[in-house]
Design a protein around this ligand. Structure first.
Ligand SMILES: Nc1ncnc2c1ncn2[C@@H]1O[C@H](COP(=O)(O)OP(=O)(O)O)[C@@H](O)[C@H]1O
Ligand SMILES: [Mg+2]
Length: 259
């Protein structure tokens, strides 16, 4: 579905991504792991159109999408989740969902202003869709809560929910489990699995929690120093000498991998 071919991203003289190549198979939940500073987030940002690569190519279904802006990728169903922006904290959970289709589509302010005159039937449809999404994510009871009052994990579910308001095909999740309690992490994992199996979403997931990766991801790709070191099942990755060395080299004493 996605082919990343020899991507380089330099910041001044620093090679954050240094010739990364990988393939994302349609229908997979692909895990991206690697020590801090490996270049995972930078590579995500290049693929998702937030950073232009220094060189290299990204294709989606064979079409060159290198450097396309996020809203163009959004229309192709390629989404990267973001933390709910501060200004949306005072809106309810449902409102945060209802505004997604118009908000991310790269419309001009002028069009956005016109949308306020949105006919009632469109608003009803959006509301129904939002409530379906909240049901799916098991957070229907939070519909009228202000987004700013949600816990860290509930906000992650809302971020995932935002991808369900449009026809997402492939979703990039960067450390969706960071700072989330165990129970909610498993709710998030379940939602990802169900979106994958029932709705055909492809996922690429950066995560440090190896239980989470093991439960969801096949294959797992390990990056270090801006390059792909290895790809395989989590078991294969854990047994890979170069991978172990990369984690040891960061002084983590292999804690993450062992965990
Ligand atoms: N905008 C930037 N300017 C300079 N250096 C950056 C920038 N973004 C990331 N880096 C550096 O690139 C390297 C890779 O970062 P990152 O992609 O965030 O790694 P990871 O997500 O794997 O932890 C790090 O050393 C980081 O400090
Ligand atoms: Mg990162």
């Amino acid at each position: 579905m996605i082919v990343v071919d020899d991507i380089h991203k330099h910041f001044g003289g620093f090679h954050a991504v240094d010739g990364a190549s990988l393939t994302i198979r349609e229908g997979s939940i692909t895990g991206l792991i690697g020590p801090n500073g490996a270049g995972k987030t930078t590579l995500f940002n290049v693929i998702a159109g937030l950073l232009p690569p220094t060189s290299g190519r990204v294709t989606m279904h064979g079409e060159d999408i290198t450097g396309l802006p996020p809203h163009a990728l959004f229309h192709k169903g390629l989404l990267r989740t973001f933390q709910i922006a501060h200004e949306f904290h005072s809106m309810t959970v449902r409102e945060n969902l209802m505004m997604v289709p118009g908000n991310q589509s790269g419309e001009t302010l002028w069009n956005a202003w016109f949308r306020r005159g949105m006919i009632a039937s469109e608003e009803v449809a959006l509301r129904r869709k939002s409530d379906e999404v909240l049901d799916f994510l098991t957070i229907a009871h939070l519909a009228d809560e202000k987004a700013g009052n949600l816990s860290g994990g509930q906000k992650k579910l809302l971020e995932l929910g935002r991808t369900m308001m449009v026809d997402a095909r492939i979703v990039f999740l960067d450390e969706v489990g960071a700072g989330v309690n165990r129970t909610l992490l498993m709710t998030i994992a379940d939602a990802i699995l169900r979106l994958n199996r029932e709705r055909g979403y492809t996922f690429v997931v950066i995560e440090h929690d190896m239980d989470f990766i093991g439960k969801l991801c096949d294959p797992v790709i390990c990056m270090a120093e801006g390059r792909v070191l290895a790809e395989g099942t989590l078991e294969e990755i854990k047994a890979n000498e170069q991978v172990i060395e990369a984690y040891l080299g960061t002084g983590l004493k292999n804690k993450e991998l062992a965990g």
